[in-house]
Design a protein. Structure first.
Length: 168
């Protein structure tokens, strides 16, 4: 199934999407690509909002805002994502849920990629209407979608690892 179909299916049947993604085996290259594409689209999602800030303020030019956002999205967010994936894995172990470092990373990175369409919508709305109730509402929807897809993915990882432990 294509990436765009998987992104759409992540909102309706996330556990099936994660089952398919994890059935390909340990593919660190795929996980890294999912993370970097999600970060790249997250950076692009900021452009309308940053253009609005630059147009309304003479202090910092648009290029200054873009450089800061580029640094954050392409360098800091990937590092923080690996750290968050590690914490999620340790949390799974603390809850006595079977998991692997890779599966937890894949779930987090795919979840980040899956919510990028909503992130792009939020950025566009923030660029057009500014930071108001509409952008805040879309931000809340992004958060809900992120948490929903992430939790469903972690549940699927725990189920898959428990099933393989029983059959082994």
């Amino acid at each position: 199934m294509s990436i765009t179909n998987n992104v759409i299916a992540s909102y309706t049947a996330p556990r099936e999407v994660f089952r398919r993604l994890l059935s390909h085996g340990r593919r660190e290259d795929r996980a890294l690509v999912f993370l970097m594409v999600a970060c790249g689209l997250g950076f692009v999602a900021q452009w309308p909002r940053l253009a609005r800030y630059a147009a309304l303020s003479d202090d910092i030019p648009l290029q200054g805002y873009l450089v800061g956002a580029l640094f954050a999205w392409m360098f800091l967010v990937p590092l923080l994502s690996y750290g968050l994936a590690g914490l999620l894995h340790l949390g799974m172990l603390a809850l006595r849920r079977r998991s692997s470092w890779f599966a937890t990373r894949m779930v987090l990175f795919w979840t980040m990629l899956a919510v990028t369409p909503l992130l792009l919508l939020q950025g566009l709305l923030a660029g057009i209407a500014g930071q108001g109730a509409g952008a805040a509402l879309i931000g809340f929807v992004v958060l809900l979608a992120f948490v929903y897809i992430l939790v469903q993915g972690l549940r699927e990882v725990a189920r898959t690892h428990a099933a393989t432990a029983v059959s082994a």
